[in-house]
Design a protein around this ligand. Structure first.
Ligand code: FE2
Length: 139
């Protein structure tokens, strides 16, 4: 699967999340490339640690923002985040212990999941804010 190119379709128009997402896409691409090229497990493990830490930081930031802005789909969004973190951390642990039998397949799934989450689920809170802050009577 080719490297994911960042373009405007990823934008949710909420700061700082566009910058976070850009960084995530970069980390996902770099991790994927290392796995494809069979990089030493140590290097790839470090990158997975960085990715996992950044995903956790980013998800918490989004969740705080959703709470502060009374985002109606907050709870289901958190369930998605928590499920993803669990899968990513399981993979991170198994990979580092040499127990992941099909690392590239598993990581491809994790990478694709996060890309789709940004494009669909996160895009919804972007639409929510633009609708939410639109003043009645103004076009
Ligand atoms: Fe999210």
């Amino acid at each position: 699967m080719p490297v994911v190119e960042w373009d405007d379709s990823f934008l949710v128009w909420v700061e700082p999340f566009d910058e976070h997402h850009k960084h995530l896409v970069d980390l996902l691409n770099r991790s994927h490339t290392e796995l494809v090229n069979d990089a030493p497990a140590e290097c790839c493990g470090e990158l997975l640690d960085e990715l996992s830490d950044y995903v956790s930081y980013h998800f918490v930031s989004e969740e705080l923002w959703m709470m502060e802005n009374s985002y109606p789909k907050y709870e289901q969004h958190i369930v998605e985040h928590n499920n993803y973190i669990k899968r990513l951390q399981d993979f991170q642990r198994d990979y580092k212990q040499g127990k992941a039998e099909t690392p590239l397949e598993i990581f491809t799934f994790l990478r694709q999941w996060l890309i789709e989450h940004i494009l669909k689920t996160d895009a919804e809170y972007g639409r929510f804010t633009s609708a939410h802050y639109k003043k009645p009577g103004l076009t």
